[in-house]
Ligand binder design. Structure first.
Ligand code: MRU
Length: 344
């Protein structure tokens, strides 16, 4: 399984996902700003993976704070945390990781700056390792939902590359394959950045799991023909009522799945839940550069001067979701807010 991110010596190394599957290239991040840019420009992407990157980036940034005074250290760290939070707006995991790092600084108010820096680096490593364990648990919990000989449709990339490792939606698929279930996967190409054809197909082929790519607009045809037994995606943020934000195109899949009586499952860690939000329409949706829509592999697709609109995510209302698979258990509708098991 290809690693997403690692800390070696003084720097953070990120597999540059913009270049996959053609090139496996490590992007070296020497500063906090390098990590923020890598997240913003999607060298690393996927909600849990950007949470890990945010934690590591802040730990790296903290190494450059020179003061020995706690209050000055904290002030400088909070500025860095504020910059990191702005890297991408939709995924809950980024904020979750930043808040976790801030808490370390806050509780270590009697420690030296060097001790705090050490604890921040250690915490970022723990977040990475825990994320892999969490995904394996999601995989095990999701196994019951995958029948033998299932044909599965997934969207975007919710695999090892989108996480610390193993994957969420792809983790469930991986676990089913490891358990000996005979499964095959259809993956949407996922325009405009093609995470489906470039990343998900790449991961599935590496694992020898049969995979077929379709254009995004073919999904309805397959669902109506009952070629698909279930749809499974990851999530970027889940509100208290179970509404979820995920890669643009997820909502239409969920509606089409319901219309055709096919289950639509979401696999996500508890760090993706945002219980401060009552419903999905409160989730900020990232709008990316229109150039991503009007170009493909550097080639202009449309006429000169063409405008484009490029929302990166959409909201799937809870009513379309058959179950949410977490590391603790499989949640079934109605999803009720503020339950104790949702506090990670
Ligand atoms: O824009 P991206 O590639 O970061 O979007 C990623 C997704 O929408 C994933 O499906 C989601 O983050 C779940 S990843 C485990």
């Amino acid at each position: 399984m290809i690693p997403t991110i690692k800390w070696e010596d003084a720097f953070i190394y990120i597999i540059d996902q913009r270049k996959l599957p053609g090139k496996k290239e490590w992007l070296v991040c020497r500063t906090l700003q390098d990590v923020i840019t890598a997240i913003r420009e999607m060298a690393i992407r996927g909600a849990p993976a950007i949470g890990v990157a945010a934690a590591m980036g802040l730990a790296l940034g903290s190494q450059t704070i020179k003061t020995k005074n706690y209050e000055t250290f904290k002030k400088r760290f909070l500025e860095m945390a504020g910059q990191m939070k702005l890297a991408r707006p939709t995924a809950a995991n980024l904020r979750w990781a930043v808040e976790k790092m801030i808490r370390i600084v806050e509780i270590m108010n009697h420690n030296t700056a060097e001790e705090i820096k050490g604890a921040l680096k250690k915490e970022s490593q723990i977040i990475l390792e825990r994320d892999i364990e969490i995904n394996q648990k999601i995989g095990q919990n999701g196994l019951q939902l995958i029948p033998d000989k299932a044909t599965i449709l997934t969207h975007c990339n919710a695999g090892a590359l989108a996480t610390g490792g193993y994957g969420t939606a792809l983790g469930v698929i991986r676990a089913a394959h490891e358990a000996g279930k005979d499964i095959r996967v259809f993956v949407d190409e996922t325009r405009p950045l093609l995470q489906g054809i470039r990343l998900t197909a790449f991961e599935l082929i590496e694992e020898h799991i049969p995979v077929t790519v379709i254009v995004d607009s073919a999904a309805g045809y397959l669902l109506r023909k009952k070629t698909i037994d279930l749809v499974i995606t990851g999530a970027d943020r889940i509100a208290s009522n179970g509404d979820m934000a995920n890669k643009i195109g997820s909502y239409q899949l969920a509606v089409l799945a319901k219309e055709n009586h096919i289950p639509f499952y979401v696999a996500a860690p508890l760090s993706t839940f945002d219980l401060t939000l009552e419903e999905g329409d409160q989730i900020p949706i990232e709008e990316r550069d229109p150039k991503e829509v009007v170009t493909l592999a550097g080639q202009k697709l449309g006429p000169e001067g063409l405008s484009a609109f490029n929302p990166a995510f959409d909201i799937t209302p809870a009513g379309y979701i058959s179950a949410i698979i977490t590391e603790q258990r499989v949640l079934r509708p109605p999803f009720s807010p503020g339950k104790r098991w949702l506090i990670s």
